[in-house]
Design a protein around this ligand. Structure first.
Ligand SMILES: [Zn+2]
Length: 60
């Protein structure tokens, strides 16, 4: 059997789009500076993780 009709681009995109769909990023708030940060990661703002400063904060 052969497909009778070509699927629309929208239909193909819906099927293939699963891995392209952006997932909402889970973030937590840094207890040190209050900036949103990724869980289990060093804070990009102040460089703290689990109460310890891993990366020296860059003062501007
Ligand atoms: Zn922070």
């Amino acid at each position: 059997m052969v497909p009778k009709k070509k699927h629309t681009r929208a239909r193909s995109a819906k099927r293939r789009g699963g891995h392209l769909k952006s997932t909402p990023v889970a973030t937590i708030t840094c207890p040190k500076c209050g900036e949103p940060m990724l869980p289990h990661r060093i804070c990009p703002n102040c460089g703290n993780y689990r109460g310890k400063e891993i990366i020296a904060a860059t003062e501007q």
